[in-house]
Design a protein. Structure first.
Lengths: 266, 306
């Protein structure tokens, strides 16, 4: 026999997979390469240059939008992670009780509704509140981001909790630990990798959001993605490539960290 | 004196109450900043548009009528609104084709990943996860740079002498399709891979022992076993695709609108909030139908396995 028969082989599948992986990365690589292009267009190569990074980092609008993005993401991800941790503690390691299914449905709801619909709903709701209270600060964006970050933060925390049984907490209770002490000294340290993974996920999700932010923001409240969307609609300059490259780098770092944190399963 | 049973029941009740307190912040946040406002959208869809945006508090079914129909200004007769219907049709069509493309590409990719050795599998998974977590706008922008007239695709085609002038891909439906297939591919690969990873290859071997061809094994053994993953992936791609906003607004230009662009228009220049609300509810309904199909399929799948 010329070739041994492999039961795992399917004709053409490896080729398609190779095409997919190349297709997934090629546009991103081209985008990054042209961020370092001296020429002001993305059709010719004018030599290596860092000038677009320089001009982006001195652009007041970019700095402003970046700071706002980080501020919203930091606050929203933290709030979402705290809420999600509490919700995960309340919905795991228990026999089913009335309302448990409702809680699952509610927490996962932001994943089920298209972003555009949530965006429209919040636009209407918040515009009412704005008329009532006169407040038009960042609070609306933070509230919206917290809400859609909760299901993402909830996923890894819940997964981690489901792998922990109650025996250690029971042992702590046997040794006269108060419920708070048991939580603080036993549950929390064990749960920490899940919480960290949830926090990072929520942070990335908040940082990436375009649609809901676009609808909820008031004038002058651009985040980095909405600023970029506006620029791309107006016509493209390599400055956007430079900003994208920096953004990509940050995402890759966070995802890599997330991978390591969530894989450390004892 | 309370019996042991009563004490236990009281403890249970206290536990459940505490669990409600614990989940309250998450539930309330989601209620006020995600679910609750959807009810307001429904109310708004039955009101009269205000002259400068927002609404007048006056009941009117007009918004729902104009989702599909146009009222003649002179004789008040209704006719189908061609523009809306074509946008509806385009959104549904593009979402379905996107789902099919990602399935055709994602299924073999997931299979390839699942048949690697245990060690390298994590690496492939990581390679799929990176694009999944990178900003959707940046990935769409990357596609824009590739397919525009001065982009790499046209440059290569012209250098090779295949075409003499650049092909106009950008600002067409094809551009939206390429963009959506590109950004949503990981959403298909990940759940299919999750099912595929659990695939028991002894069943495949048994199939070959019984003289099945490669195609028969694929169609009669592998595909039925990973069907839950395929359905989950299709739903995960279809839902964001039907409501896609970023991809059509960046790659479709102003003319090739999808539903979300039409909705945005009503809250911007259109100044017709009730119509925008009615259209949003319609998108919700389409998604709910898709989810129902999913739940029914997933349900019957479990029954068959059990």
């Amino acid at each position: 026999m010329a070739k041994s028969f492999s039961i795992r082989h399917q004709p053409g599948f490896t080729t398609i997979a190779a095409v997919c992986f190349v297709a997934l990365y090629m546009p991103i690589i081209v985008l990054v390469v042209y961020a370092f292009n001296e020429a002001p267009s993305t059709s010719e190569w004018g030599g290596f240059s860092l000038k677009w990074f320089q001009s982006a980092s001195q652009n007041a609008q970019v700095i402003d939008a970046t700071l706002r993005s980080f501020q919203i993401a930091a606050i929203a991800a933290t709030l979402a992670t705290i809420a999600a941790t509490m919700a995960a503690l309340a919905t795991t390691r228990t026999p089913p009780y009335p309302g448990l299914t409702f809680k699952y449905a509610m927490i996962n709801q932001p994943l089920m509704v298209p972003e555009i619909v949530t965006g429209v709903a919040l636009l209407i709701f918040f515009s009412r509140i704005k008329i009532f209270t006169g407040y038009s600060g960042l609070g609306y964006l933070i509230a919206a981001h917290t809400a859609f970050c909760i299901p993402f933060a909830y996923l890894p925390i819940r997964a981690r909790l489901e792998n922990m049984d109650l025996s250690l907490e029971r042992a702590a209770a046997d040794l006269y630990a108060t419920p708070w002490q048991a939580f603080r000294r036993v549950t929390l340290p064990l749960l920490w990798p899940g919480i960290l993974a949830g926090l990072m996920l929520a942070f990335v999700i908040s940082l990436d959001d375009v649609v809901i932010t676009e609808f909820v923001k008031s004038g002058g409240q651009d985040t980095l993605p909405t600023y970029m969307l506006g620029q791309i609609r107006r016509g493209i300059t390599p400055e956007i490539n430079a900003i994208s490259t920096a953004f990509l780098l940050l995402s890759v770092v966070i995802v890599t960290l997330f991978f390591f944190v969530s894989r450390k399963r004892d | 004196m309370a019996t042991a049973e009563e004490i236990a029941r009281a403890a249970d009740r206290r536990d459940i109450r505490n669990r409600w307190y614990l989940s309250a912040p998450a539930l309330l946040t989601i209620f006020f900043a995600a679910v609750g406002p959807l009810a307001i959208v429904l109310v708004y869809s039955f009101l009269t548009p205000g002259s400068y945006g927002d609404v007048k508090w006056q009941f009117s079914p007009e918004a729902w009528v104009s989702v599909l129909f146009e009222r003649d200004i002179f004789d008040d007769t209704l006719s189908l609104a061609g523009a809306h219907i074509s946008i509806f049709w385009r959104s549904v069509k593009l979402a379905i084709i996107t789902t099919l493309i990602t399935l055709a590409l994602g299924f073999p990719t997931a299979y390839f990943m699942a048949t690697r050795s245990e060690k390298t599998r994590d690496l492939w998974l990581f390679l799929i996860t990176i694009p999944f977590w990178t900003n959707l706008l940046i990935r769409t922008f990357a596609v824009l740079q590739i397919i525009r007239n001065e982009g790499i695709v046209n440059t290569v085609l012209m250098k090779l002498g295949i075409v003499s002038a650049p092909i106009q891909i950008l600002y067409t439906d094809v551009a939206i399709l390429i963009g959506m297939a590109y950004v949503y591919l990981p959403l298909m690969v990940l759940p299919v891979y999750a099912s595929m990873e659990k695939l028991d290859f002894r069943l495949v071997e048994a199939g070959y022992d019984l003289y099945a061809s490669r195609w028969q094994v694929l169609r009669r053994i592998i595909f039925p076993l990973v069907k839950p993953g395929v359905i989950a992936g299709s739903i995960l791609v279809f839902i964001p695709a039907i409501g896609a906003y970023v991809t059509p607004s960046v790659l479709g230009g102003g003319k090739n609108m999808m539903l979300s662009n039409l909705i945005e228009l009503q809250f911007g220049q259109g100044r017709n909030w009730p119509l925008g609300s009615a259209l949003s509810i319609t998108v919700m309904l389409i998604v709910m139908v898709a989810l129902l199909v999913y739940v029914r399929n997933a349900g019957s799948q479990e029954v068959r396995h059990g």
